[in-house]
Design a protein around this ligand. Structure first.
Ligand SMILES: *[C@@H]1O[C@H](CO)[C@@H](O)[C@H](O)[C@H]1NC(C)=O
Ligand SMILES: *[C@@H]1O[C@H](CO)[C@@H](O)[C@H](O)[C@H]1NC(C)=O
Ligand SMILES: *[C@@H]1O[C@H](CO)[C@@H](O)[C@H](O)[C@H]1NC(C)=O
Ligand SMILES: *[C@@H]1O[C@H](CO)[C@@H](O)[C@H](O)[C@H]1NC(C)=O
Ligand SMILES: *[C@@H]1O[C@H](CO)[C@@H](O)[C@H](O)[C@H]1NC(C)=O
Length: 441
């Protein structure tokens, strides 16, 4: 610092310039001693270039002595993930810790008694969640509550007259005054997936990023991904090259495993009925791609190197249907769980965990192809987009990006599928959670 002062002082030799030097020195010192000024950590969350590090600043934390309780999360994995994020963001708005909600292990839509509650911690890491989401949203345990008698019930309205505005003003009302004094607020009524949405897509993305699978489930996903890459090596006869490469790069860090494509193929009969109705209602023919169209579009993905393993993420009822493996062109090697020999891994678990494993496999695929009217596909693309942004990809829709995603239901260049990234600037999740063919790129 002294050297710097002299250097500057030598060239500027008046009293004012000495003041200037002092001022600059103080600024530099401050920057050196306090690289991040307390209270500024939160900016990261507003920035689209969010880096996945916890915000280590308890000043901007969520209160740990006020709690929110929400109804059990139900239906598909994607519905439950959205419901979970919505519950978190509601709790954030009320500046309360969300008590770990109960998820549903089985997939039932009507039979409430068959929903099989399963603890959040059985699927996702609790401590890790709070570390990664620190300062943004917070999860608590039911044992954290001191006074169980002091619970305020907050009834969510329903029906046409319960508008977004009314819902918002209810939330604001409950975050103030005597309502706010209650240690616990319990929301009663429909499950959070059905609540009105008041939050931008990037807030959802931030919550999703804090969700890491438990070690056990992550290991199972690893096994599936390794198996997919292994069949790729066997088939492409690349085993030796990979081994040589492994030996040469001792730490293995620069080793690129064989790429694979994951296709979330929705062609089961109940989906087809649903999407045909949707096509009629929305007056479009770009929702229900059949198998033939999907195969054709995947084949035409620009720049895809073959031979390549294609992992088909399909509904269980299609696993016994060998026709999904037929009709692929040479160079495209289709596999589903059964042909990969990993169905045993899945069978050990209830629906929710099976779905979480498949989700993870699609997330990690080098190329993902899904249906833009599927919430499952949409959430995967959202997380893949977030991953690209974190890796500083400048042109998300560019030619040679890592982890590209596509929508097979929309024609793109040269009869391939349309490139697909999530528009993180959307002001709410609605546009992606109920399907759309306005996808970015
Ligand atoms: C929550 O409340 C605490 C304590 O009153 C405050 O410091 C913090 O800024 C609030 N956080 C949010 C997200 O409103
Ligand atoms: C719990 O809350 C109730 C109602 O506000 C109050 O009467 C009671 O004294 C509280 N108990 C404790 C242990 O704070
Ligand atoms: C597939 O077929 C086998 C034998 O026919 C049967 O045991 C199994 O339950 C079927 N699986 C599914 C998912 O339909
Ligand atoms: C197999 O799936 C195709 C659609 O890909 C369907 O047309 C066919 O009816 C299915 N066969 C069986 C036995 O379920
Ligand atoms: C992304 O860019 C930021 C700022 O330039 C840098 O600090 C960070 O290390 C980069 N991340 C990656 C994964 O390249």
């Amino acid at each position: 610092m002294e050297v710097l002062s002299k250097l500057l002082a030598g060239t500027l030799n008046s009293i004012t310039s000495k003041c200037l030097v002092l001022f600059v020195t103080v600024l530099i010192l401050r920057a050196l001693l306090f690289p991040s000024i307390p209270g500024f950590g939160g900016i990261e969350w507003n920035n689209i270039v969010y880096i996945r590090t916890p915000i280590l600043n308890s000043d901007i934390g969520i209160r740990q002595d006020k709690f929110l309780v929400v109804p059990q999360l139900v239906w598909g994995l994607n519905n439950q993930k959205i419901a979970f994020a919505r519950a978190c963001l509601t709790a954030r708005m009320l500046n309360r810790t969300l008590l770990m909600p109960s998820l549903s292990a089985s997939l039932f839509y009507k039979e409430i008694d068959l929903l099989q509650p399963i603890s959040f911690e059985k699927i996702f890491q609790f401590e890790k969640f709070n570390t990664l989401c620190h300062g943004f949203v917070r999860l608590g345990r039911h044992s954290d509550v001191l006074n169980r008698t002091e619970v305020l019930e907050m009834e969510k309205g329903s029906g046409r007259r319960w508008t977004v505005e009314r819902d918002l003003s209810q939330l604001k009302e409950y975050s103030r005054g005597s309502f706010d004094d209650y240690e616990v607020i319990r929301i009663v009524g429909k499950n959070p997936f059905l609540w009105h949405d008041h939050w931008p897509v990037k807030d959802y993305a931030n919550v999703f990023e804090c969700l890491d699978l438990t070690e056990e489930i992550a290991k199972e996903a690893d096994r599936v991904v390794s198996r997919i890459r292994a069949v790729g090596r066997e088939i492409t006869g690349n085993t030796e090259a990979v081994e040589v490469h492994n030996r040469m790069t001792n730490d293995g860090s620069s080793f690129q495993p064989l790429p694979f494509v994951a296709v979330h193929m929705r062609i089961e009969i109940d989906w087809m009925i649903h999407c045909k109705n949707l096509e009629r209602r929305l007056n479009t023919n770009q929702i229900c791609s059949g198998k033939k169209e999907i195969v054709e579009r995947v084949k035409n993905i620009a720049g895809l190197k073959t031979p390549v393993v294609v992992y088909l993420a399909v509904a269980d009822k299609l696993l016994n249907n060998s026709s999904i493996l037929d009709g692929w062109e040479e160079g495209f090697l289709p596999f589903e769980k059964k042909k990969l020999g990993v169905d045993g891994i899945y069978k050990k678990y209830p629906y929710l965990i099976q779905s979480a494993i498949d989700y993870e496999v699609c997330l990690r695929a080098d190329t993902f192809v899904g249906n833009s009217f599927s919430t499952f596909s949409s959430l995967i693309v959202l997380e893949r987009t977030q991953k690209m942004i974190r890796m500083n990809a400048t042109n998300l829709c560019g030619e040679n990006v890592r982890w590209p995603s596509y929508a097979y239901n929309i024609p793109g260049e040269s009869n391939g599928p349309m490139r697909w990234v999530t528009n993180m600037a959307e002001s709410n999740l609605l546009s992606i959670s109920y399907g759309t063919n306005h996808i970015s790129c």
